[in-house]
Design a protein around this ligand. Structure first.
Ligand code: AOF
Ligand code: ZN
Length: 362
């Protein structure tokens, strides 16, 4: 492996340690190198806490003079919750910076690179860029659009079914895949389901993982507030948001608020359904950067029709269920192949006996 890749790989691995805790900030890792040796390392842990570069500089101390910095994101040039890293880098006497990608944050986007160059520092951008972009796909969408990155999660049979005709669905995939699916919850600010899933499965929607600081926000799309007051997701910790329409029953709304739920009322979109584009805009203003949608088939179909699904993560179990089973995605009412929603396969991985497949919109 060449030198650039070797150190950037290390920086990416450090960045990954921030998974699930940096929102709304990106995951960033930094490595300071002098005479072929790592003299300082750091990763961003949490918004408001020091940036990766600053931690690496601190560890290196005086030795940073004349060193080269490998960082997974362009160093910042702005005053946010913390002062600009560019200043600290220049002050420390670093002579070269290698960044995996430009910072998509409109407050930075190239300014950091420019300031470093103006200070006489050699800057290179684009080493392992694809990996860095994938690592921060949620941040990239959110910081540039103020809307959350939306991921649909499905656990299905080879023939695309998520339950028997009786509704039985436990368990289609094996345990290793189910553990992986569960871990996904810790990566996103919110987990979302449709009311059909709450009525059928009564899920907890928590992320019972050790070391996790906060549970994801639980969001139920429930246009007419059918959710039972004794639903299990109220019993556990973690904020609950229910998305309804303005037609929803006021009395039920009060009861749900007393249970601690926040209600988002979207404007009518002609029908009786929740206005999903508006819902995601509101969630964005609330600082929710990424949403994992765990079903059911109707919600996934609606999201697909509205072109709101940025990514699908599909666990496929090697079994057949048959046409009488429940399809993973509800009716799309497409009459031409060229109008079917298109995705591009991102990755494919075998997990136990199952396959995990990532597909991106477009
Ligand atoms: C991070 N961690 O290691 C780097 C970031 O509010 P602040 O001061 O934490 O600034 C957040 C912005 O700083 C973030 O959106 C990104 O543009 C830039 N770089 N952020 O949280 C880091 N290097
Ligand atoms: Zn910074």
């Amino acid at each position: 492996m060449d030198r650039d890749k070797f150190f950037m790989e290390r920086a990416l691995r450090l960045a990954e340690k921030g998974v699930g805790s940096t929102s709304p900030n990106p995951m960033v890792g930094a490595v300071l190198v002098k005479d072929g040796e790592i003299i300082g390392e750091g990763f961003h842990k949490k918004a408001g806490e020091p940036h990766a570069e600053v931690l690496a500089l601190k560890q290196a101390g005086e030795r940073a003079r004349g060193a080269e910095l490998f960082v997974t994101l362009e160093p910042c040039s702005h005053y946010g919750r913390t002062p600009p890293c560019v200043q600290a880098i220049i002050k420390a006497g670093v002579t070269g910076v290698v960044a995996a990608m430009e910072d998509p944050n409109p407050l930075v986007s190239g300014r950091g690179i420019k300031m470093l160059e103006e200070a006489g520092i050699q800057v290179r951008v684009g080493v392992m860029e694809e990996r860095a972009r994938k690592l921060n796909e949620v941040f990239i969408k959110y910081i540039t659009t103020k809307k959350p990155f939306v991921v649909g999660k499905i656990a299905q049979s080879l023939d695309g079914k998520i339950a028997l005709s009786s509704g039985i669905s436990r368990w289609i995939t094996g345990e290793p895949a189910r553990i992986r699916a569960h871990e996904l919850r810790s990566r996103y600010d919110a987990v979302m389901v449709g009311i059909g899933t709450v009525l059928a499965d009564d899920p907890l929607l928590t992320c019972r993982l050790p070391g996790r600081e906060k549970d994801p926000v639980k969001i139920v799309v429930d246009s007419t507030l059918k959710i039972p007051v004794n639903a299990r997701l109220f019993q556990d910790s973690g904020k609950v948001i229910i998305a309804a329409t303005q037609k929803a029953d006021r009395q039920k709304m009060r009861v749900l608020k007393e249970l601690g739920a926040d209600i988002i009322e979207t404007e009518s979109n002609g029908g009786d359904m929740v206005n999903l584009p508006q819902l995601f805009e509101i969630l964005g203003t609330m600082g929710i950067t990424g949403v994992l949608v765990e079903g059911g088939s109707r919600l996934l179909a609606s999201l697909s029709k509205e072109e709101l699904l940025d990514k699908l993560i599909i666990f496929v179990a090697p079994r057949l269920i048959g046409a009488e089973g429940l399809s993973s995605v509800g009716n799309l009412f497409v009459d031409e192949l060229k109008k079917t929603p298109r995705f591009t396969i991102g990755s494919l991985e075998q997990i136990g006996e199952d396959i995990m497949l990532e597909a991106y919109k477009g």
